[in-house]
Each structure stands twice: as structure tokens, then as C-alpha cells.
Design a protein around this ligand. Structure first.
Ligand SMILES: Nc1ncnc2c1ncn2[C@@H]1O[C@H](COP(=O)(O)OP(=O)(O)O)[C@@H](O)[C@H]1O
Ligand SMILES: CC(=O)N[C@@H](CCC(=O)OP(=O)(O)O)C(=O)O
Length: 266
């Protein structure tokens, strides 16, 4: 079975017009598909309005108890249910889920090393048979950035990591492509110049660009997860502008293609 995992970034979700436009493209995307979302921008803003200040380290949120409550309300509630309703209006039979629903994604609270991330989950298991059942029923899962530890604790989990874990688990039995859609044209040499797209990136280039701080913050988990997915059997990984999703699906040049090593070119 061919399955596409499509991750939509928080900056797109934050603009209703852009979100509508993206969901219309998603509705036209062919075949079995999963939509993964976070909503980090909205969660930060909502938290601030309640006096809970966001704290990020390398693109990942430090999540204390209050922050966990906020991200659960924002990701699993407000954003997820609105997206599902909008997709239903586009005749996509979407079903909104956290990692706790159907025991879809089990994770473990990240151990404290140099940094205590709090209630942040590292993914351990994905229930692919549940996903297969949903596909057989003609449903399109819309999965948010909340997982659980199977002992009653919800955990905040980076949405790029969720997309990658779903892709790698499904890749054991299916042909899986992974698309990271966000608000920029791809991985850029100069973040402020939308024309400075790096069309192909491999781990060697990534390591160099990270040292030079050309790649930083939220782009770090995105690329770490992209390489992890390719190492574990995902067929194709793309990072680019949400509005170019259908171009990417048709294999047309747009955004950044991720490759494991330089020799993947040949
Ligand atoms: N080289 C780079 N090219 C593009 N974006 C970059 C780069 N380095 C860092 N970034 C930052 O990463 C952000 C994307 O990460 P994030 O905000 O977590 O994504 P998302 O929109 O998917 O939630 C971009 O908006 C940009 O600010
Ligand atoms: C642990 C962690 O960092 N969780 C992320 C989950 C949401 C997310 O990834 O949202 P975007 O895709 O909009 O960035 C966070 O709370 O920001």
C-alpha cells in the first residue's frame, strides 16, 4: 500500500486563510494519507495570555504541568477538532486522534540528562495495525502532537518526530513518503531569502550548516527526523512550502529533497 504522511507546521496553522488553502490541497492529495500537526505558535501565544511563558531548547518545548495542560487543550482540542471539521467540509473522512486514542503512539518521558524537558515524550511504539484498520475503513487520520506512556500520563511530543515515527513504522509493510510542509520554500541558506533553497541536502551538508548556524531552532528536529526516517526505510522525504504540496507529490522541483548520503544522488 502507498501511504503519504504529511506534516503541517504551526506557522501555517496560525493563519486561517493559509490553513484553508493547505487543507484544500490535502483534500486533493491522492491515496492513503495521514495529516500530522502541532501548533507550537498558537500554544505559545495561548500560554503567554495565561502567564505561562514558552521555553524552547533546539526547537523542543520545555513542558511543565501547566504547559502540558495548555498544549493538550490547543493541539488535541482546538486545532485538531477544527481541522477535522474543515476536512469533513471538503468531503475528506478525517478522524482526529492523539497518541492515546487506540493506543496509537506510546512514548516514554524523556530522561533528564543536561536538560529537564518535563512532560515530553520520546516515541517507543506505533500501533500500525490500528492505522491499517482506519485505512481499510476509508478514514484519514489527523494526528496531533500528544502521546501517552500507557500509565495514564499524556506527553508532549514534537510533531516532526511523530510524523517520522509514523512513517518509519508504516514503512516496514508499506511504501511510505513523508512531506514536511511549513511556511518557507524549503531548507534555506539564508533564512530571509526565499530564493536561497537548498534543493538536495544530506547528512554531511547538514552537519556543516548546523555548525555554521545556518540551520537552527525548529529546523533541527525537522532534519534530524527526516534523516532518521530515511535510515529506517522511508522512501522519500521532502521539506517545503505548504502551498507546493501537490507539486511535490507529482515529483516536480520544489522545496528540499532529503537524501541520506552524497552517493544517494547516483
Ligand atoms: N536553514 C533554514 N531554513 C529554513 N528555516 C530555518 C532554517 N534554520 C532555521 N529555520 C527555522 O525553522 C523554522 C521551522 O521550524 P518550526 O517553526 O518548528 O516548523 P513548523 O512551522 O513546521 O512548526 C523556520 O520557520 C525557520 O525560522
Ligand atoms: C516537545 C515539543 O517540542 N513539542 C512541540 C509539539 C508541537 C509542534 O511540534 O508544533 P510545530 O510543528 O508547530 O512546531 C511543541 O510543543 O512545540
Amino acid at each position: 500500500m502507498k501511504i503519504s504522511i504529511i506534516k503541517i507546521g504551526g506557522n501555517v496553522i496560525d493563519f486561517p486563510d493559509k490553513l484553508e488553502e493547505f487543507l484544500a490541497l490535502f483534500s486533493k492529495f491522492p491515496g492513503h494519507k495521514i495529516l500530522v500537526h502541532g501548533g507550537g505558535v498558537l500554544a505559545s501565544r495561548f500560554g503567554e495570555s495565561l502567564g505561562v511563558m514558552p521555553e524552547m531548547v533546539d526547537g523542543r518545548r520545555i513542558t511543565d504541568k501547566d504547559t502540558l495542560d495548555i498544549v493538550t487543550m490547543v493541539y488535541a482540542g482546538l486545532i485538531n477538532k477544527n481541522m477535522v471539521a474543515k476536512l469533513q467540509a471538503l468531503n475528506v473522512n478525517a478522524i482526529g486522534l492523539t497518541g492515546a486514542d487506540g493506543n496509537l503512539i506510546q512514548s516514554v518521558k524523556r530522561p533528564v540528562k543536561n536538560i529537564d524537558y518535563g512532560f515530553v515524550g520520546d516515541i517507543e511504539k506505533v500501533n500500525t495495525s490500528f492505522l491499517n484498520t482506519l485505512f481499510e475503513g476509508g478514514l484519514h487520520p489527523v494526528i496531533c502532537a500528544i502521546t501517552h506512556d500507557k500509565s495514564g500520563q499524556l506527553l508532549n511530543t514534537n510533531a516532526d518526530s511523530i510524523a517520522s515515527a509514523l512513517a518509519t513504522s508504516l514503512a516496514k509493510e508499506h511504501h511510505v513518503n513523508l512531506y514536511f510542509c511549513f511556511n518557507k520554500s524549503g531548507v534555506l541558506v539564508d533564512e530571509k531569502n526565499e530564493n536561497s533553497i537548498i534543493p538536495l541536502i544530506n547528512e554531511e551538508i547538514y552537519t556543516e550548516l548546523r555548525k555554521e548556524n545556518v540551520i537552527h531552532s525548529g529546523m533541527i528536529p525537522k532534519l534530524d527526523n527526516a534523516f532518521e526516517a530515511l535510515r529506517k526505510g522511508v522512501h522519500h522525504v521532502w521539506i517545503g512550502k505548504a502551498e507546493n504540496l501537490l507539486l511535490a507529490a507529482k515529483g516536480k522541483l520544489s522545496g528540499t529533497i532529503i537524501e541520506r548520503h552524497r552517493y544517494d544522488l547516483y
